[in-house]
Design a protein. Structure first.
Length: 394
């Protein structure tokens, strides 16, 4: 595939002939709008107008229970929070192996549970060992209508769900990794760092909405939960999601939290570097969402390519299509997660990423090395949260 280079401000986008030809469907009586891939009916992107966004913990199921049990668990979590899994904007799914039969079953399960081309969340499918030796797992971000008297407090329900109130900005804290010899010690130190950043931002532990931890080994998952629960104490831990990574460090942990208020600004997104941290041109330490609309992409992979560079460039080109087709751009990306399973592709990603983003406005991010991807002939999987670019903004 030939790539044309389009320069915009200080960053570069590799343009392709992909185009954004997706069909757009508005879900009645919700704040959701879906953009579907015309060839498959799968959802490329979900636009969620802020109601009260419910974030679930990671639910797990055995092979005996299967996808039906997993979706029932997630549905029960949503109902307890006053939401409906039908209104999921983002669905993160986890398969315990890269067995093609399992991956096909997961994909078929999504299409059976929702309606391709009509109503479907943006899905990212990750291969990882799971807590307790589970077969499959999943977590979701679900839209629910905000009650007229909805208050500003994050609603927590027994660590199962946390609901982002509609009247506050949203913080996305990039993954942090405290150095330690054991997973428990590293979890304790990393959560302490995250809570210190949240305090500097004016937040409290009770404002946390979700924690996602990339850990190794997964067999020690219970110590991660214990340390997180101890760190949050009486305020209660937010929903937790675990993925195994391959790293010299035991863990990297990221957080979503409610900001103390809604800032008076015409911007839809701003960024912050905490004291003691060094600003990076490829990821922001903290992204703050001000707008009333969030955009969730599905898991993005590049087209089949002969070289790692071509694979990475085509993935970013697809991201650019998604963003521009939904009224956003590469300067209004909130959060990126990059899963890499191939050293050469990871190196290409490191070399190319600085040319993709405006160095003053890169998204918050976590980069996670994993053993394999659901698309086994690819070395990079990435998903994003974005916001629309302000009309007339820069």
């Amino acid at each position: 595939m030939a790539f044309g280079i389009m320069k915009s401000r200080k960053f570069v986008v590799w343009g392709t002939a992909l185009g954004f030809a997706a069909a757009t469907v508005v879900a009645q009586d919700t704040g959701l709008k879906y953009r579907f891939a015309p060839e498959s009916g799968d959802c490329d992107l979900v636009e969620a107008h802020r109601g009260a966004l419910v974030h679930t913990r990671q639910a797990t199921a055995t092979a005996e229970g299967g996808l039906g049990d997993l979706f029932k668990q997630l549905g029960d979590l949503c109902r307890a929070a006053g939401a409906d899994l039908d209104d999921a904007a983002r669905l993160n799914l986890y398969a315990s192996t890269d067995d093609p039969a399992l991956l096909d079953a997961v994909r078929a399960g999504v299409r059976g549970r929702w309606q391709p081309g009509v109503r479907m969340p943006a899905v990212t499918l990750v291969v990882t060992p799971l807590p307790g030796g589970a077969w499959v797992a999943g977590d979701a971000v679900v839209w629910k209508k905000a009650a007229p008297d909805a208050g500003p407090v994050v609603e927590h329900f027994q660590g199962d769900t946390a609901t982002m109130p509609p009247g506050r900005d949203i913080f996305h804290l990039s993954g942090r990794a405290a150095k330690a010899d054991t997973l428990a010690e590293a979890t304790r130190g990393t959560v302490a760092e995250l809570l210190a950043v949240l305090k500097e931002l004016g937040g409290r532990p009770a404002d946390a909405v979700r924690i996602k931890a990339f850990v190794q080994p997964m067999s020690d998952w219970q110590s991660v939960h214990r340390e997180i629960e101890a760190a949050f104490g009486e305020s209660g831990a937010p929903p937790v999601v675990l993925v195994e990574w391959t790293s010299s460090l035991p863990t990297e942990i990221e957080m979503i939290a409610a900001a103390p208020d809604r800032a008076e600004t015409e911007e839809t997104l701003t960024f912050f570097t905490p004291s003691g941290d060094k600003a990076s041109p490829v990821f922001s330490r903290v992204a703050r969402v001000h707008g009333d609309t969030l955009l969730y992409t599905r898991g993005i992979v590049g087209t089949e390519a002969d070289t790692p560079d071509a694979e990475v460039k085509s993935a970013f080109a697809r991201l650019d299509d998604f963003a521009r087709g939904s009224g956003s751009d590469l300067r209004h990306l909130v959060k990126a997660t990059y899963y890499v399973s191939d050293d050469a592709v990871s190196k290409a990603h490191n070399e190319i990423r600085p040319h993709v983003f405006d160095p003053a406005r890169p998204p918050a991010a976590s980069k996670v090395a994993v053993k394999t991807l659901a698309d086994r002939d690819r070395g990079l999987l990435m998903d994003f949260i974005a916001v629309p670019a302000p009309k007339g903004g820069k």
